[in-house]
Design a protein around this ligand. Structure first.
Ligand SMILES: NC(=O)c1ccc[n+]([C@@H]2O[C@H](COP(=O)([O-])OP(=O)(O)OC[C@H]3O[C@@H](n4cnc5c(N)ncnc54)[C@H](OP(=O)(O)O)[C@@H]3O)[C@@H](O)[C@H]2O)c1
Length: 220
């Protein structure tokens, strides 16, 4: 599993305005497109879907053609998680790209199914969402490489449960400074505590953005 995020220098994923803050630059968006194309599925949290209304596609035609030439689907599976079940059928997520899958909890499953109809497969993983079960179900569906594109609530849980093989952090030269805005990671007991150092796999300059790649499970 790859966790991917773009942050400001002060660790925010967005600002507090209703419009999505563009943190990356064109070259970095192209890099993200390549990572998306290399994955079997892409996951985002329901709040990111409601707030940003992304299509979450592989945008490059050449990358999509490459997938098809390898016998893969043109687009990765798109996945989201919700506890509330508050997912409008009008969101762009459902109307672009390939197959869609929603993980939810028992209480919300009927609502989500009724709202979405044929737009997505809906799987309830019990009274509470268990990430182990989510990953097992994705595995059964042929997903071996999953890209998680946030937001911070999702990233925090997956980092705290030590489920990410790689962390891709694109640091943009911006300062947000708004405590009500979404942060990349929130409060949690992270594995190894405050002194555990993740292994740095790569630091790459992409115009004015720096990409840091870490292996979170390889700590010293
Ligand atoms: N810069 C970037 O790379 C980047 C990428 C993505 C997002 N963002 C930004 O991040 C912000 C949104 O982040 P966020 O942290 O507020 O929200 P989020 O992580 O996108 O989504 C949180 C939602 O996911 C569902 N969820 C999370 N954990 C769950 C669990 N264990 N069980 C069931 N459902 C669960 C819940 O949906 P329900 O509320 O429906 O129950 C929860 O409210 C936006 O501002 C967006 O622009 C930035």
């Amino acid at each position: 599993m790859i966790l991917s995020a773009a942050t400001s220098v002060d660790g925010y994923l967005d600002d507090a305005s209703p419009h999505r803050l563009l943190l990356s630059n064109a070259a970095d968006f192209a890099r993200v497109d390549e990572v998306r194309a290399s994955c079997d599925a892409i996951l985002i949290g329901a709040r990111t879907m409601r707030q940003d209304n992304p299509r979450l596609l592989v945008n490059s035609e050449a990358l999509r053609a490459g997938r098809v030439a390898e016998g893969r689907s043109e687009y990765p599976l798109k996945v989201t998680v919700t506890r509330s079940g508050d997912l409008s059928a009008d969101l762009k997520f459902w109307h672009h790209g390939g197959a869609k899958l929603v993980f939810t909890v028992d209480e919300a499953a009927e609502t989500v199914r009724a709202t979405l109809g044929d737009l997505a497969d809906v799987v309830s993983v019990g009274p509470e969402l268990d990430w182990g079960l989510v990953l097992d179900e994705l595995g059964h569906r042929g997903v071996s490489r999953l890209m998680v594109e946030g937001g911070g609530t999702i990233h925090t849980q997956l980092m705290a449960q030590d489920l990410a093989d790689e962390l891709h952090l694109a640091v943009a030269p911006l300062l947000v400074g708004q405590p009500q805005a979404a942060r990349f990671l929130g409060a949690a007991d992270y594995p190894g505590g405050t002194t555990a150092r993740m292994r740095l796999l790569e630091a790459q300059v992409i115009d004015d953005v720096v990409l840091l790649r870490y292996a979170p499970q390889e700590r010293s």
